[in-house]
Write a protein that binds this ligand. Sequence first.
Ligand SMILES: [Zn+2]
Length: 127
Amino acid sequence: MFDRTTYSRNYMREHPQKRTPEQKQQRAIGAQKREKEYYATLRWNSHLKKKFGITADQYNRLLAAQGGHCVFCHRIKEENGNRLAVDHDKQTNRVRGILCLVHNAALGALGDNEIGIRKALEYVKED
Ligand SMILES: [Zn+2]
């Protein structure tokens, strides 16, 4: 079957001189964008492995297992578009889950442990 897109792509590959300067510029921009995304993914994978000992696949499975959002709220991404943070026990390095920055920082501010959280719970409890 004739595939116009493939034919066109192959023709232009074989006749690059036929591309207009605008087309060349668009292709270069597309290539830069793909390269930037590629290296960002590499950096993210390296960060996850080095800091938490997990792969991007494990991150994604963990996030999916908790419904695709922060454990405490329904945020699926940060407002700036960044991925949610990995929450881990700083003493044991065990990854507990994926949280938004607000809730990850809140746990940290409470000492990142049960004692701190219980103190906060006692404090807010109404008598
Ligand atoms: Zn949250």
